[in-house]
Design a protein around this ligand. Structure first.
Ligand code: HEC
Length: 149
C-alpha cells in the first residue's frame, strides 16, 4: 500500500514537473515562434498592400537631381507626365498628337502651365508630383508642346 502511494505521488510529481516545464519553457517558446511568424506575415501583408502605392510613387517621383539643379523638361516628362500623356490615360491629350494639342497650345503657354500647376480635370496639380518647381513644370510643358509640333 505504502509502495503504491509512493509511486502515485511520484507520478503526480513527475506530471506536475512536466506540466510546469511545458508551461514555463515550451509554451512561451512556441508563442515566440508563432509571434515572429505572425509579425512576418503581417509585414508581408502590409508590404503587399502598400506595394501598388509605393510603386506608383516611385514611378511618379522624379529622381531629384543630386546637384540640386532643376530637372529638365524631358526628365520631368519621363518621370511624371508620361504616365498619362504617353498612353492618353484618363483622357490626357496624347504626347505628339498634334490634333489633340493644337487647341490647347492655342490657349498659350501660361494657360497650359497654370492648368498643370493647379490641375485640370483628371490631371492632379503638377501631375501629382508636388515637389516640382514652377521652372520644372514650365520645362515639362514646353517639352510636351514641343512633341506636338
Ligand atoms: C494622372 C494623369 C496625368 C499626369 C500624371 C499628367 N497629366 Fe497632364 N493631363 C491629364 C489629363 C487627363 C489632361 C486633360 C485635362 C482636361 O482637359 O480635362 C491633361 C492635360 C494637360 C495639359 C493641357 C492643359 C490645358 O489647359 O488644356 C498639359 C499642358 C499637361 N496636361 C501637361 C502635363 C505635364 C507637364 C505633366 C507632368 C508634370 C502632366 N501633364 C502630368 C492627365 C495627366
Amino acid at each position: 500500500m505504502a509502495q503504491t502511494q509512493l509511486s502515485s505521488r511520484t507520478i503526480l510529481i513527475v506530471t506536475i514537473v512536466i506540466a510546469v516545464l511545458l508551461i514555463v519553457v515550451i509554451w512561451p517558446l512556441s508563442m515566440i515562434g508563432k509571434g515572429s511568424e505572425q509579425a512576418a506575415s503581417d509585414s508581408d501583408a502590409i508590404y503587399v498592400r502598400i506595394l501598388p502605392v509605393a510603386r506608383l510613387e516611385l514611378e511618379r517621383a522624379p529622381a531629384a537631381a543630386a546637384d540640386g539643379k532643376p530637372r529638365d523638361g524631358e526628365t520631368v516628362y519621363n518621370a511624371v507626365c508620361m504616365a498619362c500623356h504617353a498612353s492618353g490615360a484618363a483622357g490626357a491629350p496624347k504626347a505628339g498628337d498634334k490634333a489633340a494639342w493644337a487647341p490647347r497650345i492655342a490657349t498659350g503657354t501660361d494657360a497650359l502651365v497654370a492648368s498643370v500647376t493647379n490641375g485640370k480635370g483628371a490631371m492632379p496639380p503638377k501631375g501629382g508630383a508636388a515637389d516640382l518647381t514652377d521652372e520644372e513644370v514650365k520645362a515639362a510643358v514646353a517639352h510636351l508642346v514641343g512633341l506636338a509640333q
